[in-house]
Design a protein around this ligand. Sequence first.
Ligand code: XMP
Length: 310
Amino acid sequence: MFDPKAFIEESVKEIKEQIGDRNAIIALSGGVDSSVAAVLTHKAIGDKLTAVFVDTGLMRKGEKEEVEKTFKEKLEMNLIIVDAKDRFLNALKGVKDPEEKRKIIGKLFIDVFEEIAEKIKAEVLVQGTIAPDWIETRGNIKSHHNVALPHGMVLEVVEPLRELYKDEVRILARELGLPDSIVYRQPFPGPGLAVRILGEITEEKLNICREANAIVEEEVKKAGIDKDLWQYFAAVLDCKATGVKGDERDYNWIVALRMIKSIDAMTAHVPEIPFDLLKRISKRITSEIPNVSRVVFDITDKPPATIEFE
Ligand code: XMP
């Protein structure tokens, strides 16, 4: 049986020994893994840890505020929020190809992160890597390794959750007093809403996507099925369809809903979803978000579809 108290005690001791009095940095997304890694490290080295939340403009509604409230106000951690919205949206202007979008976002994220790492003279990079992240993808990489950032910084990597699985990380998160919204947060892709906006990312599509995702999350939680689902979200398609609002024809955007069950995201299936929930979400999206003409529900399992739309 996993003993969270014993793990915390042992891990805090180890992190202290590993990092010593060097400055450490962590990219905090608000996801459960990076949150737990940050809190453990903060317990070990206090203000020597700087947590960085990069606001790419591609985050969900209220995400930045929640991270700020939890880590800065409640846990009194040293948190830097970088407003990089314009940089990301400018770099993505006109880009339609999904892999190109991912590359641009990934590279820019590291650039922004390295600028902060340089500023605070970080020597150690803390990461919330958990066992499935490395067993399948890079099983041969040692637990002690360095990472070289693009502009020359070399950081020693510390991964306090390396040996753990998701359920254990959630137990730890609860033991450490993190709020349910973080403990049970659904997985959210690194490139954020970008992979839920098909084709070019514009302010208009981004707003639709953010609002629609907020409605889906709220309604799924209200219906009490959020913990049964692996992910539940909305995507904006790259085409318009005709609708009718009042007496007027309304040629506008299409939102697709996706709700899936999975155990490891390698495969996924679409379960039966209460029809009244789907109708409620559709009504809210078309009435609360002006430039959406219709809402569709994706019934494709993975495979053949991926979980995200891009
Ligand atoms: P797919 O869409 O490949 O997603 O079936 C499998 C899981 O991974 C998440 N996902 C990503 N996570 N960077 C990430 O960190 C990405 O580029 C990315 N793409 C997909 C997705 O949300 C699902 O949980």
